[in-house]
Design a protein around this ligand. Structure first.
Ligand code: DHB
Ligand code: MG
Length: 220
């Protein structure tokens, strides 16, 4: 595919997405451990729209990075809602807190720092009030575990979005088992397909960051 035309089309699509300075700052932050892997503007807006149509009050996010998707989700739930975002790296959490402050949403966002396997287990142990929407966008190998946590932390009707489920097509390779990230994404899709708790679809995407995909599931 033609990268120049893909970039030009992305430019046209991004015209649908109004970003203010706080969103641009979060999306282009360079001080995080892995700059440039936040969701695209069009996916950020889709998350905002999904949370809005669901009437979400409580959102759980795996993977904060610089807070870009966090701001989209926090603006969807509004000051009467709550976003809990799980982030491994203290440095990223500090950067994200600054962006959330600038975006005017920090009063209703909590960032829990540490491995998401641990912080999400803590939420389950504490019998935290269920979430209406969950975004899985942290590390990919543990996606099956994170999906299980998402099931434990939601009720029927909740929406779960999983980013990066196609990974340049690597999930379809026979050697997916040797790529732990592709294997995690593939196993999560298999669970969505077979586990009666989920009703799901997934879309392949192409953009400036290449060929990938996003899964959207509803908790049954
Ligand atoms: C990776 C993670 C992401 O969340 C993303 O959007 C792209 C790539 C990664 O870990 O490779
Ligand atoms: Mg991602």
């Amino acid at each position: 595919m033609d990268a120049t035309r893909i970039g030009a089309v992305e430019g046209l699509l991004t015209a649908l997405v109004a970003e203010d300075d706080a969103l641009v700052a979060a999306r282009t932050a360079t001080e995080v451990t892995t700059p440039g892997i936040e969701v695209s503007p069009t996916l950020g807006k889709l998350l905002h729209l999904l949370a809005t149509v669901r009437g979400a009050r409580r959102v759980l996010e795996f993977g904060t990075l610089a807070g870009y998707s966090t701001i989209w989700l926090a603006r969807a739930v509004g000051p009467g809602g709550r976003v809990v975002s799980l982030e491994l790296e203290r440095r990223n959490a500090a950067v994200a807190r600054r962006h959330l402050e600038a975006a005017g949403v920090s009063a209703w966002v909590d960032i829990l720092c540490g491995p998401a396997a641990s912080t999400s287990a803590l939420l389950v142990e504490r019998a935290t009030e269920p979430f209406d929407l969950v975004l899985l966008d942290a590390d990919k190998a543990p996606l099956p575990l994170y999906l299980d946590r998402a099931a434990a932390l939601t009720r029927p009707g909740a929406v779960v979005v999983i980013d990066n489920v196609v990974r340049g097509g690597r999930i379809a390779d026979d050697e997916a088992a040797s790529d732990p990230d592709a294997a995690g994404a593939r196993q999560a899709l298999a669970t969505l397909a077979s586990d009666p708790r989920w009703d799901a679809t997934a879309l392949q995407t192409v953009g400036p960051k290449g060929w990938d995909g996003v899964a959207v599931a509803v908790r049954r």
